[in-house]
Design a protein around this ligand. Sequence first.
Ligand code: F7E
Length: 329
Amino acid sequence: MRPKALITGITGQDGSYLTEWLLGRGYEVHGVVRRTSSLERSRLSHLYVDAAVYGQSLHLHYADLDDPTTLRRVLLRVVPDELYHLAGQSHVGLSFDIPESTCEMTAMGTLRLLEMVRDLPKPVRLFHAGSSEMFGRPAVSPQNEDTPFQPVSPYGAAKVFATQMVRIYREAHGLYAVNGILYNHESPRRGENFVTRKICRAAAAIHEGRQRELSLGDTSARRDWGDARDYVRGMWLSLQQEVPRDYIFASGVLHSVQDVVEIAFASVGLKWQEHVRQDPRFLRPAEPTNLVGDATRANTLLGWKPEIGFEQLITEMTRAELTQDGLAA
Ligand code: F7E
């Protein structure tokens, strides 16, 4: 019997790459999609239209984190071996504008899922996507799995709640449950309102004469950026271990938004100074600092290390925009 995985957030960047990774390993993959998700243009459309895949090894189910009855029904029908919980409102800036729905989805949604998992007749291995944003303004750099959380955004606080609940359910109820503490990870499939994709898209559009300028918030902000394809491999590896633990997934290197701008614009032969301007609308009420991860545990126990470097990633993301089809890469 081939292993079965269920993914919440399957239509997102990570969900789509994880689906491909699991299908490549012979899994039967099931995904939870929201009623509003448009499958036509989703990151899964290349699989959705493939009759040899969709309905055979890939199955999608309508449900939502705020619809526990339906979600429970899906869990009971699918009976997965592994459950990857990736869904949630993931834009940090937006979480200042819509804190209640962010917490409802990310914090309470995870708790609801844990309650369902606890009641399942057959145990399932659960992966929860935590975030470096939970560290906020940490006292130590780089951060590891023992660094205390000090979130500075509603999104970060919601992720702290969810992550701690996963730990509580693991310890109190004996669930096989893992938190991946994921630092920023990007790809040509990244959502368009995250800064790397926004910059790469704009550089390509300006190069092709479709856009004139790019407005950004704080370009001095620094992040630990990796490649989403490396991170989904880490998610899978973390569920293949005998003992469930939390893992940091990070590149260990800090870059600024300005670095992204310079690489992206240079890769299409443009002078960024002629096109980039600051717009206070994109500044956030609070910014985390020094978010850089120490992935020693993942490296030692899982043999995980990132394979795709920052410059290669930003260059690839910019080139993918020139083809007018970010999903092709
Ligand atoms: O911002 C600055 C912005 O929105 C990165 C999510 O996946 O990673 C992601 O959250 C930085 C911030 O990602 C613009 O202020 C400047 O300092 O790409 P971002 P994020 O907020 O770090 C973590 C780990 C997650 O868990 C999240 O789900 O770039 N920045 N100018 C800008 N950011 C945006 N979006 N747009 C700008 O114009």
